[in-house]
Write a protein that binds this ligand. Sequence first.
Ligand code: ACM
Length: 254
Amino acid sequence: MIKVAAVQTNPIFGEIENNLEKIKNIFPDSADLVVLPEFCTTGYQFKNLDEVEKYSEDFSDSFSVDFFTSLARENNSVIVAGLSEKSKGKFYNSAVVISPEGLLKTYRKINLFYRENLFFSSGENEPLVVDIVFCKIGVMICFDWIFPNVARSLAIKDADIIAHPANLVLPFCQDAMLTRSIENRVFTVTSNRVGRENRDGIDNLIFTGKSQITSFKGERLISASSKNEEVIFANIEPKEARNKNINEFNKLLK
Ligand code: ACM
């Protein structure tokens, strides 16, 4: 059995160091895998390219990656966190997978949502699965949920758990992720943010919270509130996700 956690936060736009400090204050000290929201250090609504340039990080030399590596080391956890990435003149909505040894892999969001399309490039690579010895973690980011082929690709690549950093504004995802679990027999950990982002001149967004962990059978094991910063946990056996047979005749991935 392993212990997985979703950390639900309310980042303040542009306050990277304060947002990281808040994460550190509520970070669980006993979880094997900890998932944080999309854009968890920067906030979500970039107004223009200057802001994207200012707050994005090159992961080869990144304050946030170093910070999460220290947190992973102190708590002996693997962390999946959403960050704004810059690389070779482009910007990506990315999720990093960080172990106590440092950055393992990066997933760049494929299906960009709404105004993200103004500033960010879509990830060019396939959905990412990382083998962290005690399980295989598939990574997708927020709006990827609406495309069943993303979760399916992760299941085909043997993901046991889908780590899903999110900044959800539509109300459907938490229920849809139950279906993603059922149709792929995978565990899912959706870490969503809460709060409202009120940035001059652009839409005022309210994020839906209700971070959740589902079982490989599509059960909602635990769910967070819609408004509070909090941490939720579940103890799971990742290997249970490896049996893709509903019975001897019905094999999900055949
Ligand atoms: C989203 O993809 N942030 C809704």
